[in-house]
Design a binder for this molecule. Structure first.
Ligand code: 4NP
Length: 153
């Protein structure tokens, strides 16, 4: 069974969307998908209302998710750790205990634009358009991830 963790800073905007989108594409597959944040600001909170709204428009319910912090034990629990931006990459890999841990960490947009290390922009301080844009980027990346894990859909 493949276990995938989506990571951003607050675990209320981007990674909850990534979790919800990938789950929606892999609901038939034998996978575990979760999300976490590198920061502790929003532990226990629901996703941002704008993330809940853009997911809902696209037929995905993420309102049951609750924010949690990324833990070093997540390196043991998960096979793949997708981070949203370069800052998340630095923060998560700084916690890696060995090369095995570090090798699990991947920039999610490298699935779409390999090796470019592009950020999924943090939409927290922006408007609704930012969330629409983030949804589109994550949908594209998750489509590729889902095809790799479950080629027969
Ligand atoms: P996220 O967005 O990392 O996509 O969940 C953020 C949410 C909250 C904060 C930063 C980013 N914050 O600083 O509170």
């Amino acid at each position: 069974m493949t276990k995938i963790l989506m990571v951003c800073l607050g675990n209320i905007c981007r990674s909850p969307l990534a979790e919800g989108i990938l789950k929606s594409k892999l609901f038939r597959a034998n996978v575990v998908i979760d999300s976490a944040g590198t920061g502790a600001y929003h532990i226990g909170e629901k996703p941002d209302n704008r993330s809940i709204a853009i997911a809902k428009i696209n037929g995905i319910d993420i309102s049951d998710q609750r924010a949690r912090k990324f833990l070093v034990e997540d390196f043991d629990e998960f096979d793949l750790i997708y981070v949203m931006d370069n800052e998340n990459y630095r923060d998560v890999t700084a916690m890696a205990r060995n090369i095995n841990d570090k090798a699990k960490v991947k920039m999610i947009l490298n699935e779409v634009f390999p090796k470019d290390n592009l950020d999924v922009p943090d939409p927290y301080l922006g408007g609704d358009y930012g969330f629409k844009n983030v949804f589109k980027m994550l949908d594209e990346a998750c489509e590729i991830i889902a095809k790799k894990i479950n080629p027969n859909g």
